[in-house]
Ligand binder design. Structure first.
Ligand SMILES: [Zn+2]
Length: 649
């Protein structure tokens, strides 16, 4: 029998099947809770496998809804979400399960292995971070806070959206749109009473186009002013959000929200986050100043905040203008995929073999993954754009490696979805280099999931990996898409067979690192502001004061007083990034550090690469990434490696 589930999803009976499964699960939970003497084997394991089985059933639907979207998938998906949510919420608030986990942890601690202990620790922590274990009054207050928080976040983004949509700048003088690329110009153009006019807005492609190419500095300033003063009413929402998040953290036993946020992350304490960011600021600053000087040289007057994108573009063109079209013939989709497989084979000794099976689309393929000739996992690739697929690139895990109740091995599987140009019999799919990087990135996630050797599925593969470490394996792998040795395995001109010349690779790297120290400082400013803002209670003017004090170290061009960046910082006030924005840089350091260990050993044949496979990929979420990283490198992560990756000396 195949180790892998056949891909199928019966849309007509899906809701009925889901309801049956959930009913069975609820009955199973009730039965398990009645057990007199609960153990890991008779209680935790069946719970784990029950959840795994529901995931395996549900994933094909969410996958189809993303890659073959139709009214029908949407309808079924929308109908199933509340059913799943209600079930999951009930489980996560079931205090009897929490008590059972705690008891098993206490009585069996000496008998359990590390993976089993971690499953229990994470489950117990999950209950405690939601407050499910607290008294009734506290739980009620927490629930009120949660409802209020989601309302406030929602209002925050609504205000921002309204303000973004409310503004437009009409340009009538042809002179003022000179230099704007034809496609952007065309999108802005309209005709009114026989006159050609151009409309620029604060929406992303439009705003960026004028700030980057618009020659009239006054218009740039006007747009910039409008952009950074959007949604002033969000200032009050920020105060409320900060104070409620603080109250919530106190109720859950933390000193502040930052502490609550990192409780489930890899970073050990507040100090380790702030000193991590501070060090990067200090080490990037000198080069950022040099970069600014270079930029200043080409500007006729002292640079202002609304000038940087414009002059950066001119400088970039002067120094390393990259023509995408010149690169694409070297990145034919099939040879990129085969080249990536070949690279992974040389690096990790893993092998992919195409499977003959029918999937959801004729352009989707599956591959068996072998480690030293042992069947290990299955990968599904669906790489080309089509109308029914949502945009972007992603990895989605399906089966997870584990041992089931009968100690039988279950193998892992994962999907990689991209939106590359479509191919036909006569036209090959030619990728941009960015596409190649995206494919390597998602492959990094996929092998993190597929190469797991963990027996407990809740901490196997990408499951149970800390939020600030989950991008480590993906960024690690994407870095190789800039390495000459790797590119030369597959970047061959699809017509002539010529291997991509060194000079073209050099240009890719240089262009990636263009003004990188200035960019780094900006990201560090956001990260430090976010983290400090949540480490004690800031209200009213104190928010701006904090931002100003951080900018003393990070903003090389004085930010205008009217700039209220915080009112548009949706990542942390309307997304999930509060006291977590630092995670981007955190994971980048881990990946840069491990990457250079491999590069410095010559890449192929690298000892560290094998260790990476056996420790990081094999380990999945079974230990904190802190521990796994130490096993790999025998030391803490070195942030200088990130500077090296960005060409910052
Ligand atoms: Zn990712």
């Amino acid at each position: 029998m195949s180790k892998f589930l056949p891909f199928k999803c019966d849309l007509d009976n899906f809701i009925k099947d889901l309801q049956t499964r959930i009913k069975t699960n609820n009955a199973t939970v009730a039965l398990l809770l009645k057990k007199e003497k609960k153990t890991y084997d008779n209680f935790v394991k069946p719970m784990e496998m029950m959840e795994e089985s529901l995931d395996q059933f549900f994933t094909p639907l969410s996958h189809l809804n993303s890659v073959n979207n139709s009214d029908k998938t949407q309808d079924i998906y929308t109908k199933s979400l509340p059913i799943i949510t209600e079930y999951a919420t009930k489980l996560s608030q079931n205090i009897d399960i929490y008590n059972a986990y705690k008891l098993i942890y206490k009585t069996e601690k000496m008998l359990l292995n590390d993976e089993q202990k971690r499953v229990l620790e994470l489950n117990i922590q999950h209950f405690e971070l939601s407050g499910a274990h607290l008294d009734k009054k506290t739980k009620e207050r927490l629930q009120e806070i949660n409802i209020k928080l989601s309302e406030l976040s929602n209002n925050f983004s609504q205000n921002l959206l309204d303000a973004t949509n409310a503004y437009e700048k009409i340009i009538t003088d042809e002179k003022d749109v000179a230099g704007i690329p034809p496609s952007d110009k065309e999108s802005a153009k309209y005709e009114e009473e026989g006159v050609i006019k151009y409309k620029f807005t604060l929406q992303m492609p439009s705003y960026i186009a004028y700030m980057t190419y618009g020659q009239n500095a006054e218009i740039r300033e006007e747009l910039y002013h409008a952009y950074v003063t959007r949604a002033p009413e969000n200032a009050i929402i920020i105060d409320e959000l900060l104070s409620l998040k603080n109250e919530m953290s106190l109720l859950l036993g933390f000193e502040n929200f930052a502490q609550y946020s990192i409780a489930s992350k890899m970073a050990k304490d507040e100090k380790s986050v702030t000193s991590f960011l501070d060090k990067l600021i200090v080490n990037s600053k000198r080069q950022a100043q040099k970069e600014l000087k270079e930029l200043q040289k080409i500007a006729p007057k002292k640079l202002e905040s609304f000038d940087t994108a414009f002059y950066s573009e001119i400088l970039k063109k002067e120094q390393y203008d990259i023509d995408e079209e010149e690169y694409r013939p070297y990145f034919e989709q099939r040879s990129v995929v085969n080249g990536m497989f070949n690279f992974l084979n040389k690096l990790f000794g893993i092998r992919f073999e195409k499977v003959d099976e029918t999937l959801w689309d004729a352009k989707a393929f599956s591959y068996n993954l072998f480690v030293e000739n042992r069947l290990k996992a299955r990968l599904y690739l669906d790489l080309e754009a089509r109308e029914s697929k949502r945009g972007g690139a992603w990895m989605h895990n399906w089966q997870t490696h584990c041992l089931n109740e009968n100690n039988e091995e279950q193998l892992a599987s994962a999907f990689i979805v991209c939106n590359f140009p479509s191919s036909s019999e006569n036209t090959p799919s030619l990728l941009r280099h960015d596409d190649v990087v995206a494919l390597f990135h998602e492959m990094g996630h996929a092998i993190h999931h597929m190469l797991s050797g963990v027996a407990e599925n809740e901490v196997s593969g990408v499951n149970g990996v800390e939020w600030d470490a989950v991008e480590f394996p993906s960024q690690f792998l994407e870095n190789f898409a800039y390495e000459p040795q790797v590119l030369k395995l597959f970047a061959k001109h699809h017509k002539t067979g010529e291997i991509i010349p060194d000079i073209m690779i050099e240009k890719l790297v240089k262009s990636k690192n263009f003004l990188s120290a200035m960019g780094m400082l900006r990201q560090l400013e956001f990260s430090l502001f976010d983290f400090k803002l949540h480490s004690r209670i800031y209200q009213g003017e104190e928010v701006q004061d904090l931002l100003n004090s951080i900018r003393k170290d990070t903003a090389l061009i004085k930010t205008p007083e009217y700039n209220k960046f915080q009112n548009g910082f949706a990542h942390i006030f309307a997304g999930g990034y509060a006291a977590g924005y630092y995670s981007y840089k955190w994971a980048e350091v881990l990946s840069a550090d491990a990457f250079y260990a491999v590069v410095d050993e010559g890449i192929f044949g690298s000892r560290t690469a094998k260790k990476y496979r056996d420790i990081i990929l094999n380990g999945g979420g079974s230990k904190s990434m802190e521990l796994l990283f130490h096993e790999l490198m025998n030391r803490d992560a070195d942030s200088d490696k990130l500077l090296r990756l960005n060409g910052i000396h």
